[in-house]
Design a protein around this ligand. Structure first.
Ligand SMILES: C[S@@+](CC[C@H](N)C(=O)[O-])C[C@H]1O[C@@H](n2cnc3c(N)ncnc32)[C@H](O)[C@@H]1O
Length: 398
């Protein structure tokens, strides 16, 4: 029996009346480290061992899935399917581009993270019909069940996406696998490959492709948009949009929650000058989208170095696209002076940000041993190409 056959057999077991009862009994139970053995022994008094093992594994995945799904505790998951699934807020955001489409194909649907959003559970046009395709029978079956959990449905087709019949489909979303056979594929690789995904636009013009956030921008086809999406400061993914779904821009930075969008804002070159009273650390989605100068123009900020993605200004920036810091001390980087400079500002808990300067942050933190009462950020960077240190505190929200 291979993993998929075992998974299918387990799914049968778990959806039997005994499986239902056991999963219902486990619902809401946390699994602290070490408690599993004891719990398993207790459950084996009432249920067959095989079912207990499958149920505990499924329950553990459901607990983990709470980080991605609001209905995690009713969902059907595999470890690999959960790891690769799109979290609800991000899938919901992406699905808004498909609003109004009559029939969307979700190629490589996995356990259905995107399918749920595309089928209109939350955000997309509720009249959208979805054709969900995956070659893994277990994932496909789970995707259909997970859609039901969210009160939506989809037509499913089992097979290689290369052979899927896309007639009648007016838009496609594809989330190619970045893992295969239990191992992570190399950076830039996916199954199917990005070039195949992009070529889908020859058959169906409206295409969206999910890619890793580290995507090489040179691989974005001409005329397509690349959207970098972050959840808070956590850069999650890049999405490639064919011209039919793009906003007519080359790149975009999106910050969730709230789906704040930064678009290119062409204008005069942004000046470079020494740091002022405030420093702005742009969100990684902004940096990856190449929109640091566009953000500077929007905020009336300047760069502190031609090549470094920190901005500065005289006012605290009111923006979801970066973290604003107030500068307490700014001067050339001299490691031997740092301790005295930090002590002068009564610095305690220290966050160190390094951009453009070499050095081991952890070794430095241990050396500095700050013991004051003010939480602060030490920025190791360059100003006009000179190694520089800035001691900052969070700027008050304005
Ligand atoms: C990244 S996961 C999809 C995750 C999904 N979007 C979600 O949010 O749950 C990729 C899926 O692609 C499927 N897959 C990979 N290559 C495929 C192919 N050539 N044809 C069909 N499915 C494929 C895998 O079985 C896996 O379920």
């Amino acid at each position: 029996m291979d993993d998929t056959e075992r998974g299918l057999a387990n799914l049968e077991l778990l959806t039997s009346p005994a499986g239902d009862a056991l999963l219902a009994r486990l619902a809401g139970t946390e699994l602290p480290a070490g408690a599993e053995l004891q719990l398993s022994a207790a459950l084996r008094r009432d249920y067959p061992a095989e079912l207990v093992i499958a149920a505990l594994a499924q329950h553990e995945l459901r607990l983990r899935a709470r980080a991605k799904f609001t209905r995690a505790e009713q969902m059907w998951l595999t470890r690999e399917g959960l790891e690769q699934a799109s979290a609800e807020p991000i899938a919901r955001h992406r699905a808004t581009r498909y609003a109004g489409r009559a029939r969307v194909a979700d190629l490589c649907c996995g356990i259905g993270g995107d399918l749920i959003a595309l089928a209109g559970a939350s955000g997309a046009d509720s009249a959208t019909q979805v054709l969900a395709v995956d070659r893994d029978p277990l994932h496909l079956r789970m995707a259909a069940r997970n859609a039901e959990v969210y009160g939506v449905s989809a037509e499913t087709w089992l097979g290689d996406v290369r052979a899927a019949d896309l007639s009648g489909v007016d838009a496609v979303f594809v989330d190619p696998a970045r893992r295969a056979g239990g191992r992570r594929l190399r950076t830039g690789e996916s199954e199917p490959p990005l070039a195949w995904c992009a070529a889908l636009a020859d058959a169906v013009p409206a295409v969206g492709v999910k890619a890793a956030p580290g995507l090489d921008r040179a691989r974005v086809p001409a005329g397509w948009e690349v959207e970098f999406v972050a959840d808070g400061r956590d850069l999650k993914e890049a999405v490639l949009w064919s011209p039919a779904l793009s906003g007519g821009v080359a790149s975009r930075a999106t910050v969730l929650p709230g789906a704040h969008q930064l678009l290119p804002e062409p204008g005069p070159a942004v000046p470079t000058a020494p740091p002022g009273e405030f420093l702005l650390d742009p969100n990684p989605a902004v940096t990856r989208a190449g929109l640091v100068e566009d953000l500077a123009r929007q905020l009336g900020a300047w760069k502190i170095d031609p090549r470094i993605a920190f901005l500065s200004g005289d006012r605290p920036a009111r923006t979801p696209f970066g973290r604003a810091l107030r500068v307490l001390d700014s001067g050339p980087w001299r490691e031997k002076d740092l301790q005295a400079r930090l002590r002068a500002h009564d610095v305690g808990a220290l966050d160190i940000r390094r951009r453009g300067l070499a050095g081991d942050v952890e070794v430095l933190r241990r050396k500095l041993r700050t013991t004051g009462s003010t939480p602060a950020t030490l920025v190791m960077t360059r100003v006009d190409d000179q190694p520089w240190a800035l001691i900052c505190v969070d700027a008050p929200a304005v």
